[in-house]
Design a protein around this ligand. Structure first.
Ligand SMILES: *Cc1c(COP(=O)(O)O)cnc(C)c1O
Length: 434
């Protein structure tokens, strides 16, 4: 077993990486894909099916990255592949309305009753950026509040003390973001109820919106305190501040109705992405009629997109949500999730490694720390060097995790009990070797 492990070769990935870095910054089109935080070269992928992803060197992995969340049905799901094949024959983009856009909008609104109307965009970044503009246009106020370690895409005003790549690389603010933009973003600690209350009571006249990941998935996986989300809802309503739930990751992930259904909180604006595109580039934002009526062409807040509502992306989204609507889907993925949770927690314990494990629906994170993680500061207290060794050990054993301590892992409906058992077994071996 050990000899076989040591023999895992990445020669072709290494070769392709070398070619890529000559023509693409860092060789990747999104920074987190580079293995900078854990060392080594990124794997170049040849194909994926179900719970497995296959690299160009012929290695296979049980995949817990799932394209960073979207592939909740597993890779190359037959229903999605079939639907896309049919759709592609009819042309790939028209720049004119289709019935598909209305269909996906109807499916989203039915699952998220806090929305009367929804606008399709091409990414999560576009969704949150547009939601902020909408909130500013609606309220006539300029400032926004976000939380440390929450990632809302890479638009200027939101790239302040952000999570995901920004957390991984320890660059809270990106170069190229004008100080004037960042000045309108107030950043507060996640789960800190007194601070958010005091800030809104003091400054509400200039605050358009609070944007939050209702479960924070871009600094690992941080669960909201019960009083955190309910206080946010109460205090924003009282002062006419809009509450934006960035459910790009948690939508159709924490539950069918996202974190808002799970925690029973209705935001004013919801941002979606990832799962709703079924692996194609999609984002969406929506809210009540009153709010959405200020979006162009109905109202004065401009927002547009050449490929928005793209027929292929809509098709993948529609079929994904229909598949997820089948009875017991979330019960099934919940059972798989519990099995993984219990196994990983137990494996770490048996191996004598201090970890904290958090899970919401089918997203999760193992932090290498003995202390509870409740915000960015406590997440950053994790032993990232230990995580890197864990990551490499798991990869060698054919388990693909996100290459950073500060990312969530994901399960799909395609993960089998055997996949999960193998993962737990490997995790014990790797924990033991740390
Ligand atoms: C992934 C993510 C985004 C950004 O979405 P992109 O499609 O990568 O632009 C925004 N918010 C959250 C919570 C995310 O997880």
């Amino acid at each position: 077993m050990v000899i076989e492990l040591l023999m895992k070769k990445f020669d072709r990935s290494k070769k392709l990486y070398k070619k890529a870095i000559a023509v693409i910054p860092g060789g990747v089109n999104s920074p987190v894909r580079a293995f900078s935080a854990v060392g080594g070269n990124p794997l170049f992928i040849e194909s994926a099916r179900g719970s497995k992803i296959h690299d160009v060197d012929g290695n296979s992995y049980i995949d817990y990255v799932l394209s960073w969340g979207p592939m909740i049905l597993g890779h190359a799901h037959p229903r999605i592949v079939r639907a896309l094949r049919n759709a592609i024959e009819k042309g790939t983009s028209y720049g004119a309305p289709t019935a598909l856009e209305t269909k996906l909008a109807e499916l989203l609104i039915r699952a998220y009753p806090s929305m009367d109307k929804v606008r399709m965009v091409n990414s999560g970044t576009e969704a949150t950026m547009s939601a902020i503009r909408l909130a500013r246009g609606f309220t006539g106020r300029d400032k926004i509040i976000k939380f440390e370690g929450c990632y809302h895409g890479h638009s200027d005003g939101l790239l302040v003390k952000a999570g995901s790549g920004a957390a991984t690389f320890g660059v809270p603010d990106s170069a190229g973001v004008p100080a004037a933009y960042a000045r309108d973003t107030i950043t507060l600690p996640y789960n800190d109820v007194p601070t958010i209350k005091a800030t809104i009571e003091r400054e509400w006249r200039s605050i358009a919106a609070v944007i939050v990941e209702p479960v924070a998935g871009n600094m690992g996986c941080v669960l909201p305190k019960k009083s955190f989300l309910s206080t946010l809802r109460k205090i924003t309503k009282k002062y006419g501040v809009l509450l934006i739930f960035d459910e790009v990751m948690t939508g159709f992930r924490v539950s069918f109705g996202g974190a808002q259904a799970y925690y029973g909180i209705n935001p004013d604006i919801t941002c979606l992405g990832k799962v709703i595109g079924g692996g194609l580039p999609v984002g969406a934002y929506g809210g009540k009629n009153e709010v959405m009526s200020v979006v162009s062409p109905e109202g004065p807040v401009y927002q547009a997109g050449t490929l928005s509502g793209n027929p292929l992306a809509m098709t993948a989204g529609i079929e994904t949500i229909k598949e997820l609507s089948k009875p017991n889907t979330y019960k099934k993925i919940g059972e798989k999730s519990s099995m993984l949770k219990e196994g990983l927690v137990d494996a770490a314990k048996r191996a004598g490694i201090a970890t904290k494990f958090y899970m919401a629906g089918s997203m999760f994170c193992t932090y290498f720390t003995g202390r509870h993680v409740i915000d960015y500061r406590t997440a950053k207290a994790s032993d990232t060097e230990k995580f890197s060794r864990f990551f490499s050990g798991m990869l060698q054993r054919g388990i693909n995790l996100a290459p950073s301590q500060f990312e969530s892992g994901f399960l799909s409906l395609a993960h089998t009990s055997k996949d999960i058992e193998d993962t737990i077994k490997s995790s014990y071996d790797v924990f033991k070797s740390l």
